[in-house]
Design a protein around this ligand. Structure first.
Ligand code: 5GP
Length: 195
């Protein structure tokens, strides 16, 4: 899973990661926030009403879910399991509270925290991408302060300063972990299983 504050470039880094490391699929999260211009239901997010989100949460349909900036976000169990049973490597792009829940539920999952080069750079990126009004940017920056304090909890931290370097660092962390999982899966299904 890839975690870190909003605006740090998680989505862009994941796109670059998937170009470099084949066989990785992105889990489509559920959210109660409204779609932004160009976002498609079922592709960027599953856009749900708060009532539907609650219903699914009560039914235990989420691997993790969290409140963020007045909305709710969560990883649907079926999204994750469908991909894992196909043997795909799955990437979750989630905020820190969700990442903690996944870590508890699946301690073997690789977690990478993406950090900005500075607070100022993060604010500048949030403003530049233009998806949030100034009050929302302030709110996201307040949350970012708390999230940045949590980075020490994660074994891997990549600073997203130069995009190509950060993407390469991320790929260098993910590649061997994915190869190890594939090897393990192959061994489980292989002829030497009973040796
Ligand atoms: P945004 O509204 O900018 O799309 O997302 C806000 C924050 O929620 C980002 O940090 C994003 O990574 C995070 N997020 C997206 N999907 C999920 C999810 O399924 N679970 C959790 N916990 N956070 C998510």
């Amino acid at each position: 899973m890839i975690t870190g504050p909003s605006g740090v470039g998680k989505g862009t880094l994941i796109r670059g990661l998937r170009e470099r490391v084949p066989g990785l699929e992105l889990s489509v999260s559920a959210t109660t926030r409204r779609p932004r211009r160009g976002e498609r239901d079922g592709v960027d997010y599953h856009f749900l009403s708060p009532e539907r989100f609650d219903e699914l949460a009560r039914a235990g349909e989420f691997v993790e879910h969290a409140g963020y900036s007045g909305h709710r976000y969560g990883t649907l169990r079926r999204e994750l399991e469908r991909r894992l049973t196909r043997g795909a490597g799955v990437v979750l792009e989630i905020e820190v509270q969700g990442a903690r829940q996944v870590r508890r539920a699946m301690p073997e999952a690789l977690a990478v925290f993406i950090a900005p080069p500075s607070r100022e750079a993060l604010r500048a990126r949030l403003v530049r991408r233009g998806t949030d009004d100034p009050a929302e940017v302030d709110e996201r920056m307040r949350t970012a302060e708390r999230e940045l304090e949590a980075q020490g909890e994660f074994a891997h931290v990549v600073v997203n300063d130069r995009l190509d370097e950060a993407t390469e660092s991320l790929a260098a962390i993910v590649r061997p972990a994915l190869a190890a999982v594939c090897q393990h899966t192959a061994n489980l299904g292989g002829p030497d299983e009973t040796d």
